[in-house]
Design a protein around this ligand. Structure first.
Ligand code: ATP
Ligand code: MG
Length: 316
């Protein structure tokens, strides 16, 4: 659906995109993550035919975005990170204005717009002035507007910025619905966990380069691997605390999923590479060996730290 090869963008001497390669399949919700200045907006604007690339190719459904910026605008719907003033337009008039830009008949626009406003939960706001909508509503209206010409690919640049948790939730529901309708969606954010919840695949960008991309499950798996287990344990069969501790260490080191055992002042920290079930089995095993265990817990999947690790590594 979306195929980016060797995409390069220079602003003067500054290299904003450095040989970017990216592939998104039809029907995917692709999350584009990266810190400020990574090049997300630049990439998105090039895909939409709004900005000229310095080099490389971008194909949307086989159409070359760089050679055919006009044709690409029919294929792609774009929700920019920043939207301007609305000059006394009502919601429905706003939709009609955009439909007209795509050369659609008023009747067609009205019919399509009805459905889209329904989809983004603004059906009861048709006669409301756009200026008076809340930020979350404006964002959703922007999504409806970007879909007016029925594009195959919807690109949203930071649609959640400035939204409160409720509005974020509503936006997420709208995007999930679109995903299930078979639209291909690309959405950017600098918050990885937020995207991981609703995306099928993600790419992490840093300073114009793609650092990592893949299916969310695979990336989550990677983070699972690096999550340690914390616990407290006692071996009541041993009067001598030191012997008890040696006994516990021996049991733990026999486990293939445990690569390291660290004793801190009040707990034991295990480097653990197993799945959730392996962790549960380990607990059962320890108890079966008459080790008393308390405070057994595994660190949460921490996408944010993975993100920092990846983007931090790039700076090193
Ligand atoms: N018109 C421009 N002229 C010069 N430099 C630019 C221009 N637009 C963007 N840049 C630079 O290109 C780099 C990438 O910018 P871009 O807006 O694509 O990043 P981003 O990932 O969208 O960041 P953010 O999360 O802040 O929106 C930045 O270093 C930015 O300063
Ligand atoms: Mg941006």
């Amino acid at each position: 659906m979306l195929e980016i090869k060797g995409l390069t963008k220079k602003y003067g001497k500054f290299l904003a995109l450095d040989n970017l390669n990216l592939h998104v399949d039809r029907g995917e919700i692709f999350g584009f993550v990266g810190p400020n200045g990574a090049g997300k907006t630049t990439t998105m604007r090039i895909i939409c035919g709004l900005l000229r690339a310095t080099g490389g190719t971008v194909l949307v459904d086989g159409v070359n975005a760089i050679a055919n910026p006009q044709e690409i605008k029919r294929k792609v719907g774009y929700v920019p990170d920043f939207f301007g003033v609305y000059d006394n337009l009502k919601v429905m008039e706003y939709m009609e204005f955009y439909g007209d830009m795509y050369g659609m008949d008023k009747e067609d626009v009205d019919e399509v717009a009805e459905g889209l406003l329904e989809l983004v939960n603004l059906a009861d706001k048709k006669e409301t002035f756009v200026d008076t909508l809340s930020r979350g509503m404006k964002q959703r209206l922007c999504v409806a507007r970007a879909l007016i010409h029925n594009p195959d690919l919807l690109i949203l640049d930071e649609p959640n910025s400035g939204l409160d948790p409720r509005a974020r939730f509503e936006m997420k529901e709208v995007l999930k619905n679109l995903g299930s309708m078979g639209k291909t969606i690309m959405i950017s954010s600098h918050i990885l966990p937020e995207l991981a919840e609703m995306c099928t695949s993600i790419g992490i960008m840093e300073r114009g380069r793609l650092m990592l991309s893949g299916r969310v499950e695979d990336i989550m798996h990677q983070t699972r691997i690096s999550r340690p287990i914390h616990m407290r344990a006692y071996a009541p069969d041993f009067a001598d605390a030191r012997e008890g501790r040696d006994y516990i260490v021996t049991l733990l080191m026999e486990q293939p999923e445990i690569s390291r055992v660290n004793f801190t002042e009040d707990e034991i920290l295990l480097s653990f590479t197993g799945e959730e079930e392996d962790a549960a089995r380990l607990l059962k095993y320890l108890i079966s060996k008459n080790v008393l265990v308390s405070n057994f817990y595994r660190e949460k999947e921490n996408l944010e730290s993975l993100f920092l690790e990846i983007t931090g590594r790039a700076k090193a």
